[in-house]
Design a binder for this molecule. Structure first.
Ligand code: SF4
Length: 292
């Protein structure tokens, strides 16, 4: 397909966005890792954290992926109602993913659920994952997260009884983490979605992972719950790489939505220390800015 100038820009900017996400650890994640190293008292965990930080520094310097698992590509797209490109945006993202898979390179991670056959270019049915919002304005904002496979295992969905939800919620979160987080390259980041429908609870939990680490929810009740859960998770003692330690989670992030009075969906989506994310804003004149 012949691309217009602006379409070419969307492809080029998305490739740069993917390269940044794959090779540079975001500043908030690096700060959280360095804070964890300062606070950790277990020698083995400290050594692991030092190696993780060194690994990130080498990846950024050498322009190579931070981890061999470059993840399933998840885009969060906000399209301004006055931005000229809309209908073929998905095709442009696919084109960028195909090129980025070859040039960065990214590990091809899109396989058929039954046969296991790999498409070879990270593009397939609903791959990459794209969440789209139509918003007022004339810009296009693309955020990406590279979601590694290992950290998906402890992710969980519960539908709690509203009358007991707040009482059992901490136990549900701690159980999911205590059982499997050691296999998900901790220290982890915990995304939690409260409310709405069951599918939305999981989407909220994944979206929560995009909020900067260290930033509390603007709702004080939710912020308090984030703090409380973070403390409880770190008391589990799983530690960096599951070898024991004071820091099991770098942060807990909660996003919420109004729910049905009869049900309380709780989505839990975990992320390993390699929280690879980046953002890009494209203007209608073709100028763009990369960010986190
Ligand atoms: S869990 Fe994260 S750090 Fe571990 S292999 Fe997967 S992507 Fe890499």
């Amino acid at each position: 397909m012949e691309l217009s100038y602006l379409e070419e820009v969307v492809v080029e900017a998305t490739i740069k966005l993917l390269r940044r996400a794959a090779t540079e650890i975001p500043p908030d994640v690096m700060n959280a890792l360095k804070n964890a190293l300062r606070m950790e008292t277990h020698e083995l965990a400290k050594r692991q954290l030092e190696l993780i930080i060194k690994n990130c520094e080498i990846a950024s310097k050498e322009n190579v992926p931070i981890c061999q698992d470059t993840g399933l590509i998840c885009f969060f797209v906000r399209v301004g109602d006055e931005f000229p490109i809309k209908a073929n945006l998905y095709q442009l993202l696919e084109k960028a993913v195909r090129k980025a898979t070859k040039t960065i390179p990214l590990r091809p991670n899109a396989v058929h659920p039954i046969t296991g056959i790999n498409t070879g270019d990270n593009v397939g049915r609903y791959a990459p994952v794209v969440e789209t919002e139509l918003v007022p304005g004339d810009s296009l904002e693309i955020k990406v997260m590279l979601k590694g496979g290992g950290s998906e295992y402890p992710s969980r969905l519960y539908v709690l009884k509203p009358s007991r939800a707040l009482e059992v919620l901490p136990k549900a979160v701690l159980t999911a983490i205590a059982k499997r987080a050691a296999f998900s390259c901790p220290p982890i980041i915990v995304g939690i979605g409260l409310g709405s429908t069951v599918d939305m609870a999981l989407r909220l939990a994944r979206r929560a992972l995009m909020r900067p680490l260290g930033q509390r929810n603007e709702d004080s009740m939710i912020a308090e719950l984030e703090e409380k859960l973070l403390k409880m998770i770190n008391r589990l003692g799983i530690g960096t790489m599951g070898l024991g330690g004071d820091i099991t989670a770098l942060d807990v992030k909660i996003e919420w939505a109004h729910r049905h009075p009869a049900s309380f969906p709780l989505g839990i989506v975990l992320q390993c220390w390699a929280l690879r994310k980046a953002s890009c804003t494209i203007r209608p004149d073709g100028s763009y800015r990369l960010g986190w």
